[in-house]
Design a protein around this ligand. Structure first.
Ligand code: 5GP
Length: 298
């Protein structure tokens, strides 16, 4: 190339900056799928929806190896089976290729169909730091028709927390008594520290009156509710992306490196449980997510 044909320096710098940004966006998306913050189907959908998106620019090879439990040899076998060339990008798949890929995805990563006949007992759970408490508080403030269950806990009240409104603050002896007398629908030790439990009587009363009840509890509690009341409606709150969850988790900078690593491992583990839930709601914006949960609850 002569100097005349070469693009000006500024253009090349801008182009290389754009390429770096695009690569970074693709890396974030791959992380989201690997951490199960978004489903493989969702990523494919984004690629189809917008041909200029980072999802569309992703090579089919990088896409497949980003999926949970798919390595390079498995990937090559899958591509051969599906008849898709490894040089393809997600946005460049033909209609037939998209169809066979979608069918394979649904078989390999089944999406729980929203179950019908769910009851008005609604459980809101999700990974550490996703913002369950904030969404629940928004529902308490804006949806008086929904009863937000008040848990018992052995932890001390924080400034501003009101007995009987945010929690029933009890000691270990009283918590033991609540368990022994069968007064709790579920209970768990959260973060290896304090005990939390859902009093049963107010829930039974509200349900009998035809009201909707919302429980904002941890994953262990959600599983116990599922076992005790199989028709309960289980809602899983998701972060908009893995990076965003990491920000929310470590952003405050109050935990040391070991504690941060522990929380991230816990979050990854928790995200892997979302298929046990009936619905998934993305907490991209508190008011919107709260409205979606409230609508499910109705
Ligand atoms: P916090 O102490 O920050 O208010 O709550 C800590 C965690 O305990 C949150 O993840 C919350 O969802 C969970 N939690 C609150 N109440 C209950 C409950 O009654 N049962 C269970 N299993 N978890 C709860």
């Amino acid at each position: 190339m002569t100097d005349k044909q070469r693009p000006p320096e500024v253009d090349r710098v801008a182009a290389s900056r754009r390429a770096v940004a695009a690569r970074r966006e693709r890396a974030a998306l791959k992380h989201d799928v690997g951490m199960r913050v978004i489903t493989p189907q969702e990523l494919l959908r984004r690629a189809q929806e917008n041909p200029d998106s980072p999802a569309a620019a992703m090579r089919i090879t990088e896409y497949l190896t980003a999926l949970p439990a798919i390595g390079e040899s498995k990937r090559d076998r899958i591509l051969a089976d599906l008849g898709i060339s490894p040089v393809k990008r997600l946005g460049g798949l033909g209609a037939r290729q998209r169809a066979v890929l979608a069918e394979w995805l649904d078989e390999r990563f089944p999406q729980p169909a929203a179950r019908s006949g769910r009851s008005r007992l609604v459980v809101l759970a999700g990974p550490t730091a996703v913002g369950k408490g904030t969404v629940a508080a928004h529902i308490r403030a804006h949806h008086p028709e929904i009863l937000l269950s008040v848990s018992a806990t052995t932890r001390a009240p924080r400034p501003g927390e009101v007995e009987g409104e945010h929690y029933y603050f009890v000691d270990d002896t009283e918590f033991d008594r609540l368990i022994a007398s069968g007064e709790l629908l579920e209970h768990a030790t959260v973060h290896n520290k304090f005990r939390y439990g859902t009093p049963k009587a107010p829930i039974d009363r509200a349900l009998a009156e035809g009201r909707t009840v919302l429980l904002e509890i941890d994953l262990q509690g959600a599983r116990q509710v599922r076992a005790a009341a199989p028709d309960a409606t289980l809602v899983f709150l998701l972060p908009p992306s893995w990076d965003e969850l990491v920000q929310r988790l470590v952003g405050r900078g109050t935990e040391d490196a070991e504690e941060r690593a522990r929380r991230l491992r816990t979050a990854k583990h928790e995200l892997a449980s979302q298929s046990e839930f009936d619905y998934r709601v993305v907490n991209d914006e508190v008011a919107r997510a709260a409205a979606e949960v409230a609508a499910l609850a109705r």
